[in-house]
Structures are given as structure tokens and as C-alpha cells.
Write a protein that binds this ligand. Structure first.
Ligand code: FAD
Ligand code: NA7
Length: 542
């Protein structure tokens, strides 16, 4: 039974100081007037943009919408000079937001949260840090990041390697690869950025590719001052349109089925998009059904394959770089990736054809007996996405149930923000949240969670948690939506297929931001339908 008279250290604890945690802390402290403290294991704020400092790290959302929209003055004051944003710019932007709202004194850095247990008797979360401290709070907000828990494959002999070894998502402050023989494992969004940026800097680059990628040009470049001013002048409409769109990337999403036009027209539309640039634009701005109709998907894939053949000089390298499967991973874009393989100092190893056997003190040995000698090896092998940072923590809800046990069949939630049996715990970008350009989805969730907490605090509510029925129904909804798309048929982190042994399950709400926001609004308007709110009166009766 929850004791309404127990006092906690804080009203709320926030874990994570990226886009999500920063905004949540601002809402809780500066708008709701609650006492709140955020924790991050990082040495600085910024989340993704603190950790991913690898050469070439760049947003693949255009800069005008890869930012917060809640503060109109901040939107007008912000400056950017290129179409996409480099990692240092995004980091500086987030540091600026922390300063603007005077949040730094309330963020404890270099502090990993190891455990969070809900104490049912006291109705508080008891949070344990890796610095040996314990804090209590009524609310726990987890902004742990969905692409944050690094995936470091356990390759035989990994510890024997005598060179430098890095993961892209835990990049060192300083590095110098000049004149070195560098290997990169992984050719996802990160790998292609790294490979393209590193190739001109290093003596030799060996790329270990498991799956070839469909990638289109990013189309990055300088933005004239007038272009930025025009965007700023139009911001009200831009954000309104974006909030009711599907992927929220700031371009017009197509409503035309690919097979409704002639082959010639299709190629023209793909070519125009290729020339403009952008991965999401290519998938969602060309035709409305590239991610849902196999024929449309095949046409888009074939277009990209034809470009690889055109760009890559050596036919054997082109063959290895050419995907033959569905175009249904997170769509990616690059700054000259395929052409990088025309350089004399870059070689490609297809590890599907010649698997990695082991790491040696000098490098990597592949099945054909070749030892690829390396001074540096970079793992661009991605993340244990969505629930990775949850399952690595000891989180326990009612009756001591661990999140690992609760999510044994795969991570679930109600609305991507809460899960049954874990009262007063709210997740930002939790499982089965929207699959979009993320800052607008983060804003939608933070604002909704803040409203719910504000409501609870203005009454006599002690605990809030979703009912099992509501959570099951949401999971079912997400699954049904996913099954209409081609995404579950591709092996990627979107469904947890990139981690050996991980349950392959639905992890996103794929019906878009507009529909997601409508659902959130309806749930709130219906008295937070699907939530079990326990009040002082209820607790005293029990
Ligand atoms: P994060 O920024 O990941 O922050 C989570 C924080 O929680 C981290 O700092 C972590 O240290 C902390 N944390 C986790 N567990 C603990 C713990 N137990 N104790 C203490 N601290 C903890 N999205 C887009 O929409 N567009 C893009 O262009 C884009 N580009 C990306 C490029 C890269 C290289 C990567 C990796 C991701 C990209 N993303 C992009 C996704 C990106 O993660 C989100 O856009 C956004 O930054 C997520 O913010 P967040 O606050 O939810 O999580
Ligand atoms: P991704 O997209 O998961 O890519 C990881 C890459 O690493 C991908 O090419 C994987 O091949 C490869 N990989 C993973 N494990 C291995 C092993 N064991 N051996 C060889 N190759 C491996 O992660 P990113 O960091 O690139 O991007 C994640 C998101 O972050 C991205 O969408 C952006 O939003 C930023 P696979 O394709 O699985 O065969």
C-alpha cells in the first residue's frame, strides 16, 4: 500500500540528458515548478551528440527541423549554415538550451543509474547510482535513448588485438588516424558516414561489410542566409504541417502510388529526389508506397542499384556493394559513399562471402586465410536499440518485477510512454513510440507526460500506470500497422533483428506522428483512458 505522507528527495528524477531528458527537466522544473534532477553517465549533456563524435557524424534530418520547436524565440535566434547539422553544432545547440533554461545545476553528470526500484510501501522510486548514492522521487522519467546502448560484437580474439579499438557510439575526445591502417566493421548509417569521412585521412581503409546498403545522396551543402531566413519566416506553418505528417522530416510526403505512373515517370521522380538528396525523402517523398508495396519497393531498389553500377568503377566491388534484398531498413543517405570505393586506399571485404574468423594481435583474419593488418579497428556495429538501456539496468516495478522479466517476450508499452506494473514511470522514446524525425516526437511525448504529471499533481493522485488491457491493445495496434509495411521483412534494429538472441518483435508505432499525436490527445481528453490512477482515497480504503 502506498503511504501518501512519505517525502521523497525529488518530485521527479530524469535519467538521460539528451534531447528528451533536457526538455523533460525544463518542463518539470520551469513550467510545473516541481523539484527534479537529471542524471547522465556521460561527462556532458547532449546524449547521442555527446557520444557519437566520430569523423563525419551528421544529422540525416535537415537542420531546420532537427531541433526543438517549443520556444519560438529560440527557433528565430538559432543559426545554421548547412542543410544538415554536424555533431559539434548539435552538441553546442543542446548545451545552449541547457544554459538558456538554467538547467545545468540540476543535471548530475558522470553518474550512471544502475537501479531503479519502485517502493510500493512508500510510493516512491528508489534510484541507485554507480557513484554509490541513492535518491528517491515520486516520478521516474527515463530518457535513455533508443540508439544509445552500443552493440559490440563478441568476435573471437577481440581482446587480443593490440591496435586501437573504438565503437562509433563511444568515441574518444581525441584521435589521429593520419597514416594509419584503419578497419571499419559495419555499413549502416554510421558506417557510411565514417567510411566516407575517414578514407581521405588514413593510409588504408578496410571496410568489413555484412549487408550492402541502399543509400542515396544526402545533398548536404551550404545554405544561403536568405534560405534560412525564409524558413524562419515560415516556421509556424512548417511545424504545423510537420506535426500532422507521417515521418516529420519537413518535406511533403507523397500520396502517389509508384505503380500508378509510367516507368519513365517513376524514374524521373526517383532521379529528382536523388538530385535533391535525403534518405527519408527518397523513401517517403517520391511515392506513398515504397515502404508498403513490394512492386514500388522493387522499383526504388532497382533505381539505387543502377546508380551503384554507374558510380563504382570496379565491377567486382560494385557487385559486393549492391544489395539484392528489400529496401526496408531505416533509409539512409551519404556524402559520396559509393564513390569512396573508387579510391586506391579503400578495400572492401564482404564478410558474408568471407566471414571474419577471429581477431588477432595484428588485425582481423577472414575465412579465406587473409590476415587484414590494422592499426585501428572501428566498430560501427550499431546499437541494442530501443530497450537496450532498459534491460542493462536493474529496473523493478510492483512486487519487485524486473523490466527484463516484464519484457521477456519483447519490450511493450502503452503509447510508447508507460508500461503496466511500473507506476509513475514515464518513458521518452520507449518501445512502440513513433518512427519519425525524433525531436518532434520527443516534444509530443514530453509535453503529454508533463500534462499528465501536472494533472496528477493538481489532484490527489498517488500513482499512474497503464492497464494491461490498454498495453496489450497498443502492442496489437503497433503490430497490425507494422504488418502492413515491409519493415518487418528486413533484418534491422527497427525490429530488434540486429542483436544475436534478441527477440525480433514490433518496437515502433509506424502510423506516423500525426496519428500518434491525435491518439495522445484523445487518450487525455477521455480522462487518460487506459490508465489506472490510484488516489489517496483509494489507497486509504484498501
Ligand atoms: P539520447 O540522446 O540517446 O540520450 C540518452 C542519454 O541517456 C545518453 O546520454 C545516455 O548516456 C543516458 N543514459 C542511458 N542510460 C543511462 C543510465 N542507466 N544512467 C545514466 N545515464 C543513462 N534522429 C533523428 O531524428 N534524426 C537524425 O538525423 C538522427 N541522427 C542520428 C545519428 C546518430 C549517429 C545516432 C546514434 C542517432 C541519430 N538519431 C537521429 C537518433 C537520436 O538518438 C535522436 O534524434 C535523439 O538524439 C535522441 O535523444 P534522447 O534524449 O531520446 O536520447
Ligand atoms: P546499424 O544501422 O544497426 O548498422 C550497423 C552495421 O553494423 C550494419 O551494417 C550491420 O550489418 C553491421 N554489423 C552489426 N553487427 C555485425 C557483426 N557482428 N559483424 C559484421 N557486421 C555487423 O547502426 P548505425 O549506427 O549505422 O545506425 C543506427 C542508427 O543511428 C541510424 O539509423 C541513424 O539513425 C543513427 P547488418 O546490416 O546487420 O548485416
Amino acid at each position: 500500500m502506498t503511504d501518501p505522507d512519505v517525502r521523497s528527495d525529488y518530485d521527479a528524477i530524469v535519467i538521460g540528458a539528451g534531447f528528451g531528458g533536457i526538455y523533460m527537466l525544463h518542463k518539470l522544473r520551469n513550467e510545473l515548478g516541481l523539484s527534479a534532477r537529471a542524471f547522465d553517465r556521460a561527462g556532458g549533456v547532449g546524449g547521442t551528440w555527446y557520444w557519437n563524435r566520430y569523423p563525419g557524424a551528421l544529422s540525416d534530418t535537415e537542420g531546420f527541423v532537427y531541433r526543438y520547436s517549443f520556444d519560438k524565440e529560440l527557433l528565430q535566434e538559432s543559426e545554421w549554415k548547412t542543410r544538415y547539422l554536424r555533431q559539434p553544432e548539435i552538441l553546442a545547440y543542446l548545451e545552449g538550451v541547457v544554459d538558456r533554461y538554467d538547467l545545468a545545476p540540476h543535471i548530475q553528470l558522470n553518474t550512471g543509474i544502475e537501479s531503479a526500484h519502485f517502493d510500493e510501501a512508500c510510493g516512491v522510486w528508489r534510484v541507485g547510482t554507480d557513484t554509490g548514492e541513492t535518491f528517491t522521487a515520486k516520478y521516474l522519467v527515463t530518457a535513455l535513448g533508443l540508439l544509445s546502448a552500443t552493440n559490440l560484437p563478441n568476435i573471437k580474439g577481440r581482446d587480443l588485438f593490440e591496435g586501437e579499438l573504438y565503437h562509433s557510439g563511444a568515441w574518444p575526445e581525441r584521435h589521429d588516424f593520419t597514416g594509419k591502417r584503419v578497419g571499419v566493421i559495419g555499413t549502416g548509417s554510421t558506417g557510411i558516414q565514417l567510411i566516407t569521412a575517414l578514407a581521405p585521412q588514413v593510409e588504408h581503409l578496410t571496410v568489413f561489410q555484412r549487408s550492402p546498403q541502399y543509400s542515396v545522396p544526402a545533398g548536404n551543402g551550404a545554405l544561403a542566409g536568405e534560405v534560412v531566413e525564409a524558413l524562419k519566416a515560415n516556421y509556424d506553418k512548417i511545424w504545423d504541417d510537420l506535426r500532422s505528417s507521417s515521418v516529420a522530416f519537413g518535406f511533403k510526403e507523397s500520396s502517389v502510388p509508384a505503380m500508378s505512373v509510367s516507368e519513365e515517370e517513376r524514374r524521373k521522380v526517383f532521379q529528382e529526389s536523388w538530385d535533391i538528396g535525403g534518405g527519408f525523402r527518397f523513401m517517403f517523398g517520391t511515392f506513398c508506397d515504397v515502404a508498403t508495396d513490394p512492386a514500388a519497393n522493387a522499383a526504388a531498389a532497382e533505381f539505387i542499384r543502377s546508380k551503384i553500377t554507374e558510380i563504382v568503377d570496379d565491377p567486382e566491388t560494385a557487385r559486393k556493394l549492391t544489395p539484392t534484398d528489400l529496401y526496408a531498413k531505416r533509409p539512409i543517405c551519404d556524402s559520396g559513399y559509393y564513390a569512396t570505393f573508387n579510391r586506391n586506399n579503400v578495400s572492401l571485404v564482404s564478410v558474408k562471402e568471407t566471414p571474419i574468423v577471429e581477431m588477432t594481435p595484428k588485425g582481423i583474419r577472414t575465412e579465406d586465410g587473409v590476415e587484414h593488418e590494422l592499426d585501428v579497428l572501428v566498430f560501427a556495429t550499431g546499437f541494442d536499440a530501443v530497450d537496450g538501456n532498459y534491460t542493462r539496468m536493474d529496473i523493478r516495478g510492483r512486487a519487485g518485477e524486473s523490466i527484463n522479466a516484464h519484457w521477456q517476450g519483447g519490450p511493450t508499452s502503452y503509447l510508447g510512454v508507460s508500461t503496466t506494473g511500473f507506476p509513475n514511470m514515464f518513458m521518452i522514446l520507449g518501445p512502440n513510440g513513433p518512427f519519425t524525425n525524433l525531436p518532434p516526437s520527443i516534444e509530443a511525448q514530453v509535453e503529454w507526460i508533463a500534462d499528465l504529471i501536472g494533472n496528477a499533481e493538481s489532484g490527489t493522485v498517488l500513482t499512474v500506470e497503464p492497464t494491461r488491457e490498454a498495453e496489450d491493445a497498443w502492442t496489437q495496434t503497433c503490430r497490425e500497422i507494422a504488418d502492413v509495411t515491409l519493415f518487418p521483412k528486413a533484418q534491422s534494429w527497427i525490429f530488434g533483428a540486429n542483436i544475436p538472441g534478441k527477440t525480433n518483435t514490433v518496437m515502433f508505432y509506424l502510423a506516423g506522428l500525426g496519428n500518434y499525436r491525435t491518439t495522445l490527445a484523445e487518450v487525455a481528453a477521455n480522462g487518460y483512458e487506459g490508465f489506472d490512477m490510484r488516489t489517496e482515497a483509494l489507497v486509504q480504503q484498501a
